[in-house]
Design a protein around this ligand. Structure first.
Ligand code: ADP
Ligand code: MG
Length: 353
């Protein structure tokens, strides 16, 4: 009997303490079940529409999304190729310069990604991107000789990095870099860290084609992430259930122009200098590492299905992927099949060829 009393007292005490901390007595003193409050912000940065969401105690959630937006603005100021004051702009303007720790570590990730993907990811394509008019919207098809000339300035090996001094120098005149292929992924990953530091256990960010989720939904269920169909219709390619993952899609349908009946999109094949024509309409990469997922989605779009499958088999522990081809075929790698659903037929890519 006494024991029961203690149990009841303990339970009541715990509820009271919890209510005290959550401040969850209603007006008449009745007990309210407090749900996490949602804080979200929508804004435009890094050339895209962004949304950041956090769940938790109201003040914490609000502080977390504000800090998330600040972090994106900070990274944009640091990494933009267009803002004269950015470190990357200055390095591009002078062919050399100092980089802060953040910019330097991201540059090193970019170098690693380039090596890992055997050049499919190439952050030195910037002079070509400009020639095609993708940076200022003055679209044009450069002449073959112009492309050939710019290909000579497209080489990651020509970016000389001095880690100790925090210094970078280009081997050839006219070389320029653009970390835009991983900036959003890096920003998303940074925001997950900021959320954790601020005591947030559930949240998500959607930065252009980059989605990254922290934990589960507040109700404990997995997040459901819809993958945009390249034809732009209402139908999704599929839905992926996820927790603590980044889901990044690259597709030629995102940014392109048309000339003489030809369509030219913004993801370049660094080996040709022309928009990648790999037979893929979209490539989605799923990984716990947001920066990796962003860089790989671009690289895999360049690689095409066959090369991407071989590449995936060498890196199974690091990522999964969903590919959609010009032939309207949908492929999903083994590791995420259990979490993927689609109204379309799809083929599973397994570990064994
Ligand atoms: P988006 O979200 O616009 O699809 P991505 O993450 O796919 O962006 O990367 C495309 C951006 O990366 C381009 O805007 C360009 O600056 C740069 N880029 C283009 N081709 C490549 C490439 N092969 N490797 C690395 N970066 C590239
Ligand atoms: Mg990318």
């Amino acid at each position: 009997m006494k024991k029961d009393f203690y149990v009841i007292a303990l339970v009541c005490g715990t509820i009271l303490a919890a209510c005290f901390f959550c401040g969850c007595f209603g007006k008449e003193g009745e007990l309210l079940v407090l749900e996490d409050s949602e804080a979200s912000l929508e804004f435009f940065a890094m050339d895209t529409y962004m949304r950041v969401v956090a769940y938790g105690r109201e003040d914490q959630a609000n502080a977390a999304v504000s800090a998330a937006r600040e972090e994106i603005y900070r990274l944009e100021k640091l990494l933009s190729t267009e803002l004269e004051t950015s470190e990357i702009y200055q390095v591009n303007a002078h062919g050399k310069g100092e980089l802060s720790t953040d910019a330097l570590s991201l540059l090193q990730r970019a170098v690693q990604l380039s090596e890992m993907t055997e050049g499919a990811f190439d952050f030195t394509v910037y002079p070509l991107m400009r020639a095609w008019g993708f940076m200022d919207g003055q679209y044009r098809v450069p002449s073959p000789s112009e492309i050939l000339g710019l290909l000579g300035k497209t080489k990651v090996s020509g970016v000389l990095v001095d880690e100790e001094q925090g210094y970078v120098e280009f081997e050839a005149d006219g070389m320029q870099i653009d970390l835009g292929g991983i900036a959003k992924g890096y920003a998303a990953a940074r925001i997950m860290d900021i959320y954790r530091e601020k005591g947030i256990a559930n949240g998500l960010v959607s930065l252009g084609g980059n989605v990254q989720v922290l934990g589960t939904k507040p109700d404990g269920n997995l997040w459901r992430i819809g993958l945009q169909h390249p034809d732009g219709g209402k139908e999704y390619l599929g839905v992926l259930q996820a927790m603590d993952l980044a889901v990044v899609t690259s597709g030629g349908y995102e940014r392109y122009f048309e000339q003489d009946g030809e369509r030219y999109h913004h993801i370049l094949d660094p080996s040709t200098g022309y928009p990648a024509e790999s037979g893929l309409l979209s490539a989605t990469v799923v990984s716990a590492d947001g920066t990796l997922a962003d860089g790989l989605s671009t690289a895999i779009f360049v690689m095409g299905k066959e090369r991407a499958v071989a590449f995936w088999r060498e890196h199974i522990a690091e990522f999964d992927m969903i590919l959609y081809t010009q032939e309207e075929e949908l492929y999903v790698t083994q590791g995420i099949v259990g979490d993927f659903s689609s109204s379309l037929l799809f083929e599973i890519i397994s570990e064994e060829p």
